[in-house]
Design a protein around this ligand. Structure first.
Ligand code: 5GP
Ligand code: MN
Length: 316
C-alpha cells in the first residue's frame, strides 16, 4: 500500500502528531510533509504540531509548522501520525472535522482512529512504517533526514529491541544520501544542556528502589523544575537512565504538571508490560515504554502503579 493512493485527490491536507512531540513524531510529520509537497505540488498542505524543540531545526522547512490551532478550515484529508486521536492536543478538532481521517501509528495501545488506520505495533517507529508507505524513488535527502531522525530516536539509536532487520535496511537506504548522520545523532539525541544534565543528576541521586530492587522510581517536583529552570522537554532520557540500573525490571519517572497531577513515564526490560499498566490509568504506549497522567500525591501514584507492576511480576 502507498500513502499517495489515499491522498492524491485531496486539495487540502493537514498533518499532525502528538502533544509534546518527540523525535519520531517530529520526524514522521515532517517526513510526510516534505514527501507530499513533492508528490502533490498543487495541493495545500499544512502541518499542525506543538512547537518542536530547537534540536530539530536541522529538519528542512520545520519553521513551516503551525503551532496555532485556531482554524475554521475543514481539510479533505488529515493524517494523524504517531498517536491516536486522544493526544492530538489542539489539532483534535481539526482532525475530527476532516472529510477523510488517516491514522498511521505504531503504538500497541492505539486501536486506530481513522477512516483508514495503519497501526503496526511491531514497527520500531512511525517513521519506519511511513517510509514503507512511500515510493522510495521520490525520497530525497531532506525527507531521508526527517525519517532517519524518527527511527533513531524511537530505537535509542538502533539499540532497543524494536530494531528489526527492516529497520536497519531502511537506515542503510537513508544514509546513502550522505548526510552527516553522526552529527545528527550527537546533536539531537545525546547532547544535553548543562541544566538538563543537572536535573538528570538530581533525579538519579534521589531515585529509590523498591519491590526487592526490581523497580526504581524518581519524582521531579515543579519547585525542582523552577530551580533548574527546565521544562518537561528537558526531562527526556531520565527514565531510560533509571532503567540502566542493574537488576531493575521497571523504571518509573514522574514530574509534577499541576496541583496533584503528574506525568508518568515508564520503561521495562520486557518482563513488565508497561503499556498495559499505563492503559489502566488512561495512558498508553509500548510494551517497554509507556506513559500516562495521574492525579493524586506522588506516593499514591507510586502505590497504584506498584499494584499493577507487582501483579505482572508475580505472573512472570
Ligand atoms: P515517554 O515516557 O517517553 O513520554 O513515552 C513513552 C511512550 O509512551 C511513547 O511512545 C509515548 O507516545 C507513549 N505515551 C506517553 N504518555 C502517554 C499518554 O499519556 N497516553 C498515551 N496514549 N501514550 C503515552
Ligand atoms: Mn513513535
Amino acid at each position: 500500500m502507498r500513502i499517495i493512493d489515499e491522498v492524491k485527490d485531496a486539495k487540502t491536507i493537514a498533518i499532525g502528531g502528538h502533544i509534546r512531540p518527540d523525535g519520531d513524531c517530529v520526524g514522521s510529520v515532517m517526513g510526510l510533509y516534505l514527501y507530499l509537497k513533492k508528490e502533490l505540488p498543487g495541493a495545500e498542505i499544512d502541518v499542525y504540531l506543538d512547537k518542536p524543540e530547537d534540536i530539530f531545526d536541522c529538519i528542512s522547512r520545520i519553521e513551516e509548522i503551525k503551532s496555532e490551532f485556531n482554524t475554521e478550515k475543514t481539510y479533505d484529508v488529515f493524517v494523524a501520525l504517531d498517536t491516536g486521536d486522544d493526544r492530538l492536543g489542539g489539532a483534535e478538532d481539526i482532525y475530527r472535522k476532516a472529510h477523510k481521517k488517516i491514522n498511521i501509528d505504531h503504538h500497541i495501545s492505539n486501536p486506530g482512529c481513522g477512516d483508514l488506520s495503519i497501526v503496526e505495533p511491531e514497527r520500531s517507529s512511525t517513521a519506519e512504517l511511513l517510509y514503507d508507505l512511500m515510493d522510495p524513488s521520490m525520497v530525497d535527502e531532506e525527507i531521508a533526514v526527517a525519517i532517519y531522525i524518527g527511527i533513531v530516536h524511537d530505537t535509542g539509536v538502533l539499540r532497543y529491541s524494536n530494531t528489526s532487520p527492516r529497520t536497519l535496511q531502511i537506515v542503510a537506504e537513508l544514509i546513502k544520501f550522505g548526510f552527516d548522520f553522526s552529527k545528527i545523532i550527537q546533536e539531537t539525541f545525546f547532547e544535553k544542556t548543562y541544566r538538563q544534565t543537572q536535573i538528570m543528576g538530581r533525579a538519579i541521586l534521589e531515585s529509590v528502589r523498591f519491590m526487592g530492587d526490581k523497580c526504581i522510581v524518581s519524582v521531579v517536583s515543579r519547585r525542582m523544575m523552577e530551580f533548574y529552570r527546565v521544562t518537561s522537554a528537558d526531562l527526556d532520557g531520565i527514565v531510560n537512565q533509571l532503567l540502566a540500573v542493574k537488576g531493575v525490571e521497571c523504571a518509573i519517572f514522574m514530574y509534577e504538571t499541576g496541583t496533584l497531577e503528574y506525568k508518568v513515564s515508564m520503561r521495562s526490560n520486557g518482563r513488565v508490560n508497561v503499556s498495559a499498566v499505563a492503559v489502566k490509568f488512561g495512558g498508553g504506549g509500548h510494551v517497554r515504554a509507556a506513559g500516562c497522567t495521574m492525579n493524586g500525591t506522588c506516593h499514591d501514584n507510586i502505590n497504584n502503579l506498584s499494584v499493577e507492576i507487582a501483579e505482572q511480576l508475580k505472573d512472570a
